[in-house]
Design a protein around this ligand. Structure first.
Ligand code: GLN
Ligand code: ZN
Length: 751
């Protein structure tokens, strides 16, 4: 008999109910009880939908108020002192760790937040300190199991496994080794609790295993599970991996007493080979992740069945998703604006449940009518083709990816042409998106004000912010991005080849959700997108105003990509589109153009050996294609969020931008050593203060930062700017901080 399973389900609700309730709770507009009630409803609805679709292994505890790593940290009492002393309720302690706390009980910075593997989801980094006492509190996990049970649904409890939990944690003034035994103890107790409650299946999520794994890590993994599994009693344990294959640990995994092993056949290139080479133990269940949990396209049954039939003699197959469905939107059922022909191609989370059930039937009954029907959808698939774009991409030659003259010569030319002062000041692009700006955009979208009125409003805001930047003495100005909702959606909406859902929200972190555009065909830029407003902004001042674009890699990484062509080919098309915009801006008299690559690193393969061949070798040229044809005197800037690029520093230099700005203030400026060591050539603007915090830095504080930057880098190479766009800040926060930034720069120069 063949069954089905999923790893996790979206938890934000149909129309982001959890987000809105949580935000109300933050503002103390609803009580804990009311918030809990919203959460309970979402969980029940999710279970019901899964039951309706005959899912055999329905997860519980995949729900979270903020993040599952944070849930596990609280379950294990990994709560740093700074939160304990606040003496808040359990839920408020949880939110304090997630978002920081500033109030009557004290002041505590939030835990660090990091990207969850190669997704746009972010997890909170548990923080161990010498005083940390690992103490299990399994109440909430068991409560969720019982909640489902009371509703007549037997679930598999889902938790982050000990190996991944430890590997992703931070150890402050202590080491991982010190906590291995307490962690073993806590997880062992947890298994005993499950046993006592007659929980039939527990899923241990261990995605960290898909990384390159060395001997010491394998030893840790083996030690943890050898001991913990002794306590499983009659509870079955599923080791669940995702986001890749487990080539380094497969032979170890199959030798442990797991009852089921979950493997990813979508992103795991080697998964099938591993099974063929080393076999799969007869006594274990194979949870085969064959339905893509990360993308929104329908599953092609014929291909999936081929994979399943290619499996070596496995006794019991559970058809599953490749990863949690939290990375796709909930359902296409509420979408009213997309044509049927388009919608038919998509499977969001709920539709993926239907796919699992159909695959199960097709596989176990050899039911070909389902397969044929599914195949028809692919035969009729007409993703918008654009032959001229395809041809343009085909005809590209090496030369198209190289800008002339080389950077060092451009630098002299630009110095003469732009005549910027030493330590030039600038910002990253956006100014505060006030509720007034958002409201006016809504009015416009709803047709309550017309195009002319809306443009006038945008122009007025732009003119005002230009004037203000001039007044406080910034050197290179920006137009403020008041016309943009989101840096990717804005371009997606104006480029040919994208479609948009109405409710396709995906959690990015906490209450923040994104609605990724869907690349539905060949991408082309038909008309200029930013040129008119850039020209207007430039006409308001004698200083330079930066043109502001989003780069091809970031547009791709924050969209749902096609599966019928490679992401490389899509990126090249995007690069050609943005290249046209760059050239039009240049023609319109814009001398400095910033091409943001905020998400450059996002799809960097998780295994180092694939970094270049599968990603950087075409990502970096794609960026160069965007600007390779501009004149020597046009200055190209780029911006990246996060400074995590020490290990790809050469590639960043190879983007061949003239100036790069990046986040540095939160990483203790350690990136500066790396720049120096690697003889980094590009001019740099290491953000001198953190825009993610409402705090206004003093000018003295910023001066110190600038001083330490100058200890590492020659003064001619340095720009002074905040570490990201100011969109999420209030007007006073943004203005006061920039004012102090300029004062700091001026003081440094005077000395
Ligand atoms: N130019 C964009 C802004 O200033 C960049 C945003 C980002 O890096 N995420 O908002
Ligand atoms: Zn940024």
């Amino acid at each position: 008999m063949c069954r089905t399973s999923i790893i996790g389900f979206p938890r934000i609700g149909k129309k982001r109910e959890l987000k809105f309730a949580t935000e109300k709770y933050f503002k103390q507009e609803i009580s804990t009880k009311e918030l809990q009630e919203v959460a309970r409803k979402i969980r029940l609805e999710n279970w019901e939908i899964q039951k309706k679709n005959n899912i055999s292994f329905i997860p519980s505890n995949d729900f979270s108020f903020y993040d599952s790593m944070l849930d596990m940290a609280q379950t294990l009492n990994i709560i740093p002192k700074r939160y304990q002393v606040l003496e808040l309720s359990k839920l408020d302690t949880y939110f304090a760790m997630a978002r920081g706390y500033q109030g009557t009980n004290g002041d505590a910075k939030a835990l660090r937040m990091k990207k969850w593997f190669n997704t746009n989801y972010h997890y909170l980094v548990p923080e161990f300190e010498p005083s940390t006492k690992v103490i299990l509190n399994a109440k909430s996990i068991l409560a969720k199991y019982n909640e489902a049970k009371d509703a007549g649904i037997k679930t598999k409890s889902v938790i982050i496994g000990p190996y991944t939990f430890l590997q992703l944690s931070e150890f402050k003034k202590c080491t991982l080794d010190e906590f291995v035994n307490p962690i073993i103890e806590a997880y062992s107790q947890l298994l005993e609790h499950f046993n006592q409650c007659n929980v039939n299946w527990v899923q241990f999520d261990e995605p960290f295993l898909i990384h390159d794994t060395d001997e010491a890590q394998l030893a840790l993994f083996n030690k943890l599970y050898k001991k913990i599994l002794l306590h499983k009693g009659s509870t079955n344990v599923l080791l669940q991996t995702y986001f890749g294959d487990v080539r380094d640990s497969y032979q170890h995994i199959i030798n442990h007493h797991f009852d089921g092993i979950g493997l990813d056949f979508v992103e795991g290139k080697e998964t099938l080979n591993l099974l063929k080479t080393y076999d799969f133990p007869k006594e274990k269940l194979l949870f085969a992740g064959v339905v893509n949990g990360k993308n929104i396209w329908r599953n092609r049954y014929q291909q999936t069945l081929e994979t399943l039939h290619a499996l070596p003699n496995v006794s019991d197959i559970i058809i599953s998703t490749s990863c949690s469905l939290q990375h796709v939107p909930l359902t296409i059922k509420n979408e009213t604006q997309l044509e049927n022909e388009v919608l038919q191609q998509f499977a969001f989370a709920q539709e993926k449940l239907e796919e699992l059930e159909e695959l199960r039937i097709a596989y176990s009954d050899n039911n070909y009518s389902l397969v044929e029907e599914n195949e028809r959808c692919f035969q009729n698939r007409k993703l918008k083709a654009n032959l001229s774009v395809q041809k343009e991409a085909e005809q590209l030659t090496e030369a198209d990816f190289i800008r002339h003259p080389k950077a060092s010569i451009r630098r002299t030319i630009q110095k003469d042409a732009l005549k910027l002062p030493i330590l030039p000041t600038t910002t990253i692009g956006s100014f505060p998106q006030t509720s007034d700006v958002r409201k006016t955009r809504q009015h416009y979208l709803r047709g309550e004000i017309n195009e002319v009125e809306y443009q006038a409003y945008i122009h007025q805001n732009t003119a005002e912010i230009i004037q203000w930047q001039e007044k406080i003495g910034l050197d290179v100005l920006v137009h403020g991005e008041f016309e943009r909702n989101d840096m990717v959606e804005f371009f997606g909406q104006t480029l040919d080849g994208f479609v948009f859902s109405q409710y396709g929200w995906v959690q990015s972190y906490g209450t923040r959700c994104v609605k990724p555009p869907i690349i539905f065909g060949d991408v082309e830029r038909k008309n200029p997108i930013t040129v008119e407003l850039a020209k207007f902004a430039q006409s308001q001042t004698t200083k330079f105003v930066k043109g502001m674009l989003t780069g091809p890699v970031t547009i791709l990484n924050w969209s749902f990509p096609r599966e019928d062509i490679s992401i490389k080919d899509s990126t090249i098309q995007l690069a050609l589109a943005i290249q046209k915009e760059v050239l039009d801006l240049e023609k319109a008299g814009i001398h400095i153009i910033q091409i943001d690559e905020a998400a450059l690193r996002e799809k960097l393969p998780l295994r180092k050996e694939d970094w270049y061949s599968e990603y950087l070798d075409w990502v970096i040229p794609a960026f160069r294609l965007v600007h390779s044809k501009v004149q020597a005197k046009t200055q190209i800037h780029t911006h990246m969020c996060y400074s995590e690029f020490s290990d790809i520093i050469q590639s960043i230099d190879d983007m061949d931008a003239d100036v790069i700005s990046f986040e540095a203030s939160r990483s203790d400026l350690s990136i500066l050593d790396v720049l120096k060591e690697n003889n980094f050539q590009t001019q740099v603007g290491p953000g001198v203060y953190d825009i993610h915090s409402p705090r206004v830095p003093s000018s003295e504080e910023i001066e110190e930062v600038i001083k330490s930057i100058l200890q590492h880098l020659p003064i001619q190479q340095v720009w002074i700017n905040p570490d990201c766009g100011l969109k999420t800040r209030s007007i006073p926060e943004a203005k006061d901080s920039l004012f102090n930034m300029i004062k700091a720069r001026d003081n440094i120069i005077k000395r």
